[in-house]
Every structure is written in C-alpha cells, then in structure tokens.
Design a protein around this ligand. Structure first.
Ligand SMILES: Nc1ncnc2c1ncn2[C@@H]1O[C@H](COP(=O)(O)OP(=O)(O)OP(=O)(O)O)[C@@H](O)[C@H]1O
Ligand SMILES: [Mg+2]
Length: 376
C-alpha cells in the first residue's frame, strides 16, 4: 500500500509532503528532533500526541509559519524551506477558526482567492462551489457571529478548500464542538477529503478520532515520531511502550523471560508460564530478564479458576459503558503485590456471570500481547 517506507523520508512520485531530518528549537529547547516524514498524495495522515509534543510546530513548518533550524521541507518534490506561506498553496483550519468577524461568510471564504487576484466572477463561482461542498448554502451573507460553532467551522473549512490547496492542514479543528457535532464533522471532512483526493495532515490528541479517521497515524512524543502506521497496525503492533499505552487502554503485567521452546518464547507470568510468538517480544532478552507484558482489556478473559490458570483474582467492580462492560479484577502478582486489571466484555452478561466478590481465573490471548523491557 505504501511503496516507500514513510519513515525513510525517501522521495517518491507519490509523495506530496516530505520532511527531511527537520530540527526546530525554541529558546534552546528542542521541539522537533530530526523528524523525517513522507506523506503520500491523497493520504489522510494524523499527528497524535500529548500536549507540547510538537504537533502544531510540525504543521507550522509545512505551512511556512515557522522555519526549521536544520533539515528540509518539500512539497510536491520542491524544496519550500525558504518559501513564504502564501507561496505554498496550503489550506489551513485551526481550532479557533480565525474568521474575519467584520466580513460576511462569502467574503471570508473568498479571502484567499482575492489574495491570489482571481477575477471577481471566478471568485463568486468558486465560493459558491465551496459553500455547497461544506453545506453552507444560503448563509453567504451572514457574519460569523450569526453562525453556530459548527457552521463557523464549515466556513473555515470552505475558506481552506476554495484555493484548491496542495495540502490541507487541520489543527484540532473539532475541539470546540460538542461530541455529536464532532462525530458528524469527522465523517463529513473525511468524505470531502476522499472525494477531492486531498492530501491532509490532521492534528488531534483524541485517540478515538485518530483511529476513526486516518489512513496512517504518526504518534509523537517529545519532538519525535515514535511510530507511524495505519490505525489497526498501531493498535495491534505498537513498537514501544509509549505507543502501546497512548493508543487504547492497556494492562501492564510484570513477567520474566524463561526460554525459547519450539519457536515460541516462554515467559514466566503470575503462577505459571505462557508461550508467545517471538514477534510479540520487541526486545532481545536473556533468561530471567524482567519484561512487561502489555495486554488490552479486550484480550483478557475471565474463566473458571483451574490448575493451569496463570492469573487469578477477585472481581471488585463492573462499569457498564453501553456498548461494553469493564470488569475490574484485583489480582495477586509477584513483584507488584496486587494490581487491578481491566477486563473488557462486549456485552453486560459478565455482570451476572461474575458478580462482585467472585474469584476467577484470567486468560490472555497470547497472540495479542506486546512485550517490552520495563521503562526506566
Ligand atoms: N513560538 C514559540 N516560542 C517558544 N516556544 C514555542 C513556540 N511555539 C511552540 N513552542 C513550544 O514548543 C513545544 C511544542 O509546541 P507545539 O505547539 O508544537 O505543541 P503541540 O503538540 O501542538 O501541543 P498542543 O496539543 O498543546 O497543541 C511546547 O513546549 C511549546 O511551548
Ligand atoms: Mg497544538
């Protein structure tokens, strides 16, 4: 699907945006540390990471609002590192919309076209097209203050799209919207983006939003991209502990490396041994080495306690979440004394089957865990 490994930052005819070992420092603080990234033409790429990790800075470097200390930025194969923003043909939508309050919706949307000295009749036609695309027909003569938050967001989107940008940059565009509107706008933006085949970089710190919308997600922390991959791959095969715990919920169980046996690796976990496919172990380990087993709540299962159960514990609570139930189980584990694990069930049946206070065994689906050396 991605002929050029995106991490490599290697050029390819399908590459719309490329960053090559980009370094950005503010007041001696490194904000981006040698970031390389290749974004495919038509791709919807999400930058996901905690506050302050450098997401907006990365967008600003693509847009031209900030300049890299070192490294290069390419758009459509051309170096743009010293091009000003208005020469880069980039559409931008920010969290706070940044609409011009004194201009009508139409004037706001047409702004970029007037900057490009597009003829009046063409401006009018393209503004109408953009308004239809984002479903703002009939609102062209209003001022921004006469619109709802969602409608203002659409104006910002139309203003970005009307210039037919080479790249669309969206910086947390939904954070001021309520949950339902947010969901609807996610679907709509994705639909428009697909229809136009528009290369898009989307910034969020909402992991659900990232999983739902993206072709690929780049998980960032501390000015580096920790991993970049399609959502399912990131979720199922996180490459490091940060990615594993930032994206989705996870239980962390202490274990020790035991041995290799018939192609599998064996770990000592709880009161017994578990066997895993070697690919699940992301570090080399010697016998007796301390490891952490990362297992998602939906990959743990309660079972009747039996002699071979490696883990066991007492049910302490159920939390009904509508589409699933989280069951909290107090387990005894060597090294951590006790630990509350989360087991996720698709339906409410578990609440009757395992009432609070019941003792159960826990099984984990071995092919779905990730094993890392403990974070220091
Ligand atoms: N113009 C600036 N001057 C000085 N420091 C800055 C500037 N812009 C960003 N920074 C610093 O760079 C770091 C990264 O900021 P950035 O805005 O890229 O983070 P972010 O990932 O977008 O965070 P958030 O999710 O909170 O928006 C932060 O520590 C921030 O304080
Ligand atoms: Mg930001």
């Amino acid at each position: 699907m991605h002929p050029v490994p995106p991490e490599s930052g290697l050029p390819s005819a399908d590459t719309a945006v490329r960053l090559e070992r980009v370094v950005k420092t503010y007041r001696d603080q490194p904000v981006l540390r040698e970031v390389s990234l290749a974004i495919q033409r038509g791709e919807f790429l999400t930058l996901l990471g905690p506050s302050g990790c450098g997401k907006t800075t990365l967008l600003n470097l693509i847009a031209g609002f900030a300049e890299a200390d070192r490294g290069e930025v390419f758009i459509d194969g051309q170096p743009v590192t010293s091009e000003p923003p208005h020469r880069r043909q980039i559409g931008l939508v920010f969290q706070n919309y940044a609409l011009f309050p004194h201009m009508t919706v139409e004037r706001n949307i047409g702004y970029g076209l007037r900057m490009q000295r597009v003829p009046k009749d063409e401006e009018a036609r393209r503004v109408q097209e953009a308004m239809a695309l984002v479903k703002l027909d009939g609102l062209g003569h209003r001022k921004p203050r006469e619109l709802s938050g969602g409608q203002q967001q659409r104006v910002a989107l139309a203003r970005a799209l009307v210039i037919q940008p080479k790249v669309l940059l969206l910086d947390e565009p939904f954070s001021a919207l309520d949950k339902n509107l947010r969901g609807a706008m996610q679907v709509e933006i994705r639909e428009i983006q697909r229809r136009l085949g528009l290369t898009t970089v989307f910034v969020t710190h909402d992991q659900g939003e990232a999983l739902a919308m993206s072709d690929r997600i780049a998980v960032m922390s501390g000015g580096v991209i920790r991993q970049i991959a399609p959502p399912t791959e990131l979720y199922q095969h996180p490459q490091d502990p940060f990615v594993a715990s930032f994206l989705g919920d996870v239980n962390i169980l202490p274990a020790h490396y035991h041995a290799k046996s018939a192609g599998d690796v064996q770990l000592r976990l709880g009161s017994g041994l578990i066997s895993l496919p070697p690919a699940r172990l992301l570090h080399s380990a010697h016998e007796g080495a301390r490891l952490d087993v990362y297992v998602r709540p939906e990959h743990l299962r309660l079972e009747n306690l039996h002699a071979a159960s490696v883990l066991s514990g007492t049910v302490v609570n159920h939390v009904f979440q509508g589409d699933h139930v989280d069951t909290f189980v107090d387990v005894d584990l060597p090294m951590t004394a006790r630990q509350i694990l989360t087991v996720r069930h698709p339906g409410p049946g578990a609440m009757q089957q395992w009432p609070v206070g019941s003792v159960a065994g826990l099984a984990l689906s071995h092919e779905s865990v990730s094993v890392f050396s403990p974070e220091r």
